[in-house]
Design a protein around this ligand. Structure first.
Ligand code: FES
Length: 137
């Protein structure tokens, strides 16, 4: 599995998103309160650019006339026909058992580990024995 550096964390503030293309695939990266999630930018319904859709919350109802709004900023609404997906998992809210957007693992790593070059000089153990410096090969 190849790893790709897609952004510095400040480029995607909480509530923000960034679209990137990796190996020919358009992918949306989302920041939900400091946690990052990545979804394929293709709606399973008819292929709309899902990650350009409106970020919203979850509206549920237990009885007629009573609607509760929760999970603000965690749902993504496809701009083509309005199907909604959970940004954290890619699961469809319309058809949770059979429809899911491909989600990718995202990690945040210190820049120092990513900027480290591929070349490492060979090292050897060194010890001091009665005023003589000894190198083991
Ligand atoms: S293409 Fe996304 S809801 Fe139809």
């Amino acid at each position: 599995m190849a790893r790709h550096v897609v952004a510095a964390t400040h480029e995607i503030p909480p509530g923000g998103r960034k679209l990137v293309t990796l190996r020919g695939r358009s992918i949306g990266i989302f920041n939900l309160d400091g946690s990052y999630y990545a979804l394929l930018n293709r709606c399973p319904h008819q292929g709309g650019e899902l990650c350009r859709g409106t970020v919203t919350g979850l509206a549920t109802s237990t009885e007629p006339g009573r609607v509760e709004y929760s999970r603000h900023g965690e749902m993504l609404k496809c701009p083509w026909h309005g199907w909604e997906y959970d940004i954290r998992t890619g699961q469809s809210w319309c058809d949770p058992n059979d429809t899911r957007v491909r989600a990718y693992e995202v990690t945040v790593e210190p820049g120092a580990t990513l900027a480290r070059g591929p070349f490492v000089a060979e090292t050897f153990p060194v010890s001091v024995e009665q005023d003589y410096v000894v190198v083991e090969l």
